[in-house]
Structures are given as structure tokens and as C-alpha cells.
Design a protein around this ligand. Structure first.
Ligand SMILES: N[C@@H](CCC(=O)N[C@@H](CS)C(=O)NCC(=O)O)C(=O)O
Length: 239
């Protein structure tokens, strides 16, 4: 019997959300430690500072797995998704490398979405890098969104799935990223309507446990502290 503890910033979906979606698909219970804690930020900061016996990870999300009395520490969001998916049979072993590759590509896309509002440095406020953000966001809207989403459209099979002809966490994360892009760049995404029909048709309705999670309080709405931020000045229609 394993128990899972997820450690991630308590008020944003961020890079914790792919992991939460994977747990939801697996229908596996986990504790969302920073959201349970009285001061979730302090908990994360102490983990970042290497003050926990499990080890000193680089950056959240972190996952602590306890098994047979032994606690092990893991990090890197795409790796955590793969770990949970593989442990709970969410895809066949033969599909694991493809699923992991697609998951890492989605993490790259999330990084680039983040960098539209923080193009110079994560440690600077958005207000201190607004001019560079305008340039970065224009390139993201006009070049990177089409490259990434066109790629994912080409990877969806005729049943609308990315891996093994059945729903997998990689589908859930792609769906989430599509929703995030629609939140952050509504005008740009409206310009692309009809360009990627399989992506547009993606739904989580074929997976009731996922729907239940999305309708629960566990799901944190997109907000302007996270990766997908709606800053109208960074959005615009694409020709
Ligand atoms: N590639 C890592 C990125 C982790 C990351 O950047 N985490 C953010 C929160 S979303 C953070 O707190 N970073 C602190 C830092 O990089 O110093 C992943 O996907 O897990």
C-alpha cells in the first residue's frame, strides 16, 4: 500500500495541475499538503530550502511516496505524471515512452506560456518586464501556439486520444493546456477556431472521474498568479 503527498503552491493550478489530473484519472487518493497546511507557502519554502528529511528537491511540484515505511522524494511535473500513470496502469508499458515524450512537450509549452508574462526573469515583477512581454507574447501567439497545437493535432488519433487509443493523462493535460490558452489568449485562440478540429473536439466528458475532479473544490480556477494569465495587453487576434 502506497500513500502519496503532493507539495505545490496552494493557490494556483500551475505545474501541480498535470499531477492532480493524473491522480484524478487514476482514481487514486493523495494528500495536497500545502492546501491542507495552515501556511502552505511556509511549508513549500521550507521544502525548497532543503529542510525536510526526504531530501532537497529543485523546484515544486514535489511528490513524496511512502511505501513499506520508506519515504521517497520525486520532482519535475512531467516525471511525476509518468510515475503515477505507470504505477497505476494508465497506459501500457509499450506506450510509456511516447506518453512521457508528449508530457514533456506539454511541459515545454507551459514553460513558454509562462515566459510570455515573465520573458526576462522569473524573479522580476511583470510590471518590470511589460515591454519585453509584449514582444514575447506576439511571437508566442503567432508562431509558438500554432507550432505546438498543430503538432498535438497531428498526434491525436481518430478516436481523439494521444496514446494507445484510449483516454490517458496526456490527453487530460493537453485538454487543460488548451483551456489555459483559451483563458490567457482568448482573442488569439478565437482566431484559430476550426484550424485544429481534433483538438477543438477534445472533451473530458468521456472520463467521469476526471469530470468529478474538475467539478470539485480540488480544481483551482485559472488566475493571474499562475502560468496562464489573462493580461489583455498580451493577447490579440492572429491573421
Ligand atoms: N520543470 C519543472 C519546473 C518547476 C518550476 O519552475 N516550479 C516553479 C513553480 S511552477 C517554481 O516554484 N520554481 C522555483 C524556481 O525555479 O526557483 C517542472 O515542470 O516541475
Amino acid at each position: 500500500m502506497s500513500t502519496y503527498e503532493l507539495y505545490y503552491w496552494p493557490t494556483i493550478p500551475g505545474r501541480g495541475e498535470p499531477v492532480r489530473l493524473t491522480f484524478a484519472m487514476a482514481e487514486v487518493a493523495y494528500r495536497d499538503m500545502a492546501r491542507e497546511a495552515e501556511d502552505g507557502y511556509a511549508l513549500l519554502l521550507s521544502f525548497n530550502a532543503g529542510e525536510h528529511p526526504e531530501g532537497h528537491p529543485f523546484a515544486p511540484p514535489y511528490l513524496v511516496i511512502e511505501e513499506d515505511g520508506e519515504r521517497t522524494l520525486h520532482w519535475q511535473s512531467a516525471h511525476l505524471c509518468d510515475l503515477v500513470a505507470a504505477r497505476h496502469g494508465l497506459y501500457a508499458e509499450a506506450d510509456r515512452s511516447r506518453a512521457a515524450s508528449l508530457g514533456l512537450t506539454l511541459a515545454d509549452l507551459m514553460d513558454e506560456a509562462h515566459d510570455t508574462h515573465h520573458p526576462l526573469a522569473t524573479g522580476l515583477y511583470y510590471e518590470d518586464q511589460k515591454d519585453a512581454a509584449q514582444v514575447r507574447a506576439k511571437h508566442f501567439r503567432e508562431e509558438r501556439i500554432p507550432k505546438f497545437l498543430g503538432f498535438f493535432e497531428s498526434q491525436l488519433d481518430d478516436t481523439g486520444h494521444l496514446v494507445g487509443g484510449r483516454p490517458s493523462p496526456v490527453d487530460a493535460v493537453l485538454w487543460h493546456v488548451r483551456e489555459g490558452l483559451r483563458h490567457a489568449f482568448p482573442k488569439a485562440m478565437a482566431s484559430f477556431a476550426g484550424r485544429w478540429p481534433k483538438l477543438d473536439a477534445m472533451t473530458i466528458a468521456d472520463h467521469p472521474p476526471l469530470r468529478a475532479y474538475l467539478d470539485s473544490e480540488g480544481r483551482i480556477p485559472f488566475n493571474e498568479d499562475g502560468i496562464f494569465r489573462r493580461y489583455p495587453e498580451l493577447d490579440g487576434a492572429v491573421e
